[in-house]
Design a protein around this ligand. Structure first.
Ligand code: SF4
Length: 84
C-alpha cells in the first residue's frame, strides 16, 4: 500500500493572471479542468477526490505557466464556507 500524501483532501488554486489557456491541465485531468471559451481554465472540481490527485499533480507539473497549485487540506469535511 502506499500512503497517499496526507490523509486529508486537497484543493486547487489557479492564478488566472498566469493562465494562458494552453489546456495542458485539461489534457492531464479532464475531469477536473476545462479550458473555457475565453482561454482561461475553469476548475470543474475544486476539491477532487484522492483518485484524481495524480492527474492533478501532472497538470500542475506540466502547466507551462505554473498557474496551478495544490493546497493540501487537513481532514475537515465541512469547511466554514469562508474561502476566498
Ligand atoms: S495548463 Fe496552465 S496555462 Fe494551460 S489552461 Fe491549464 S492552468 Fe492555464
Amino acid at each position: 500500500m502506499n500512503g497517499a500524501g496526507g490523509g486529508g483532501g486537497f484543493r486547487i488554486e489557479v492564478d488566472r493572471d498566469l493562465c494562458q489557456g494552453h489546456g495542458v491541465c485539461e489534457s492531464e485531468a479532464p475531469g477536473v479542468f476545462e479550458v473555457g471559451p475565453e482561454r482561461t481554465v475553469v476548475v470543474l472540481a475544486g476539491r477532487p477526490g484522492a483518485s484524481e490527485r495524480r492527474a492533478v499533480e501532472l497538470a500542475v507539473k506540466y502547466c507551462p505557466t505554473h498557474a496551478l497549485r495544490i493546497v493540501d487540506e487537513p481532514v475537515a469535511d465541512t469547511g466554514g464556507g469562508g474561502e476566498p
